[in-house]
Design a protein around this ligand. Structure first.
Ligand code: TYD
Length: 393
């Protein structure tokens, strides 16, 4: 399957940079041997995670809450009773998760390749190394700090093409009774909701219990629990340990049975997904064109990474969407990748409500719709496209 030529999802750019914009072929595939859903062409990582990386985790209040609860879960279930535990987080961003461990006085270390977001964490007193995580970095951490009780990663593992080096590094970094806990957008949800916008350059993999258990088994790690999460439009938390150190919960076998029943191992399921994506694209395009023909104003809400796949795959440019409103300063005043729709501060949305807001940040729908009661009261309506294209108030 192909989504065509794509720019980088977080490659917000100035008008001067348009001529040199980087493109690659966004072609997802499923491996019939290990069931890993993945993209074939992977842009060089330094083009994606650099000192101007536009993604800051702490922009959402709900996500802050989610990470408080995630940290609480780890402290209660894993760290309780351990003396002077050591927590490592891969891709710790601006410290949205680790700040909870700092507050509780736990030894911690964040690994974050993008210098600007790592600086934001350091400013909050969170120990952060600016580097990618691999087996060598794991050895350095063990030498300097000792083995970890728990290694965490949230919305990070799916970004790392060299899964084997990370798996090997995590296995070496953990104490014999240590835990590796990570969460990422879940393949089962993506297929049921036709949320194809989870597929973009940074998401090399969309995991399932089938693919995670296989990938980590190769490195002596065992999937011992799974917990569905509502974040990012449907995610899964995976709990792994060194093989034989704990007994797996029945949740794992149940989820794997469910995945087989859903056909996550079958090519037919993905051919249906492809068709569903094409239908979604046609409906969204038609809806926007009809509204434009009625001279309605449409503004995008949230310059998400996901929106880059939607705008480019569906051919949505500024003749359909006037601008995209976003609260992240580094994105404002720039153009969206590929589609070149201007990104404006949230204040521009409030100053002159459009007739319709296209909800690109649909994963935050509950938070946003609660916050935007005035927009609806002023006669505004939402255009959503996950799980299906519709206009809602
Ligand atoms: P995010 O949820 O991280 O999605 P992705 O992983 O696809 O980038 O991004 C949310 C974006 O939406 C981020 O740029 C901030 C923006 N945003 C708003 O502008 N207003 C809001 O109320 C919320 C919740 C997010």
């Amino acid at each position: 399957m192909t989504f065509g030529r794509m720019p980088l999802a977080n490659g917000f750019l100035t008008r001067e940079q348009v001529a040199d914009e980087y493109y690659f072929d966004l072609d997802p595939a499923i491996c019939s041997y290990c069931n890993m859903f993945q993209i074939i062409e992977q842009p060089p990582r330094d083009k994606m995670f650099h000192e101007n990386y536009a993604f800051l985790s702490s922009t959402s209040r709900y996500m802050q809450c989610h990470f408080e609860q995630f940290a609480e879960f780890v402290m209660n279930k894993v760290l309780a009773g351990r003396s002077d535990p050591f927590v490592v987080e891969l891709g710790s961003n601006d410290g949205i998760m680790l700040r909870n461990f700092t507050k509780a006085g736990h030894r911690h270390l964040g690994i974050e390749p993008s210098k600007n977001v790592g600086d934001a964490a350091r400013d909050r007193g969170i120990h952060t190394l600016t580097t990618y995580f691999d087996k060598d970095v794991s050895d350095r951490i063990v030498e300097e700090y000792g083995h970890a009780d728990v290694v965490l990663a949230a919305n990070v593992m799916c970004h790392i093409p060299d899964l084997s080096s990370v798996a090997e590094g995590v296995q070496c970094l953990l104490k014999p009774d240590g835990f590796f806990i990570f969460e990422d957008p879940y393949l089962g949800d993506m297929l049921t909701k036709t949320s194809y916008d989870q597929i973009y350059d940074e998401h090399v993999f969309i995991f399932s219990a089938l693919s995670v258990s296989h990938a980590f088994r190769l490195y002596g790690m065992e999937l011992i629990d799974v917990m569905p999460q509502v974040t990012h439009g449907g995610s899964m938390r995976y709990v792994l340990t060194k093989k034989g150190s704990y007994t797996a919960s029945a949740n794992v076998a149940h989820l794997i049975d469910k995945e087989r029943a859903q056909g996550l191992h079958s090519i037919r399921t993905y051919l249906q997904f492809k068709e569903n994506c094409e239908i979604s694209r046609e409906l969204l395009k038609q809806t926007l064109e009809d509204l434009r023909d009625e001279h309605k104003r449409i503004v995008g809400y949230g310059a998400t990474s996901k929106s880059t796949t939607v705008t480019n795959y569906c051919g949505i440019t500024s003749d359909l969407v006037e601008f995209i409103s976003d609260t992240t300063p580094i994105k404002q005043g720039k153009l969206s990748p590929g589609a070149h729709i201007p990104v404006k501060p949230y204040e521009a949305f409030v100053a002159n409500y459009p007739d319709y807001a296209l909800l690109f940040a649909w994963n935050h729908a509950a938070e946003i719709r609660e916050k935007e009661a005035k927009f609806i009261a002023a006669g505004g309506q939402w255009i959503v496209y996950v799980p299906k294209v519709e206009i809602v108030t």
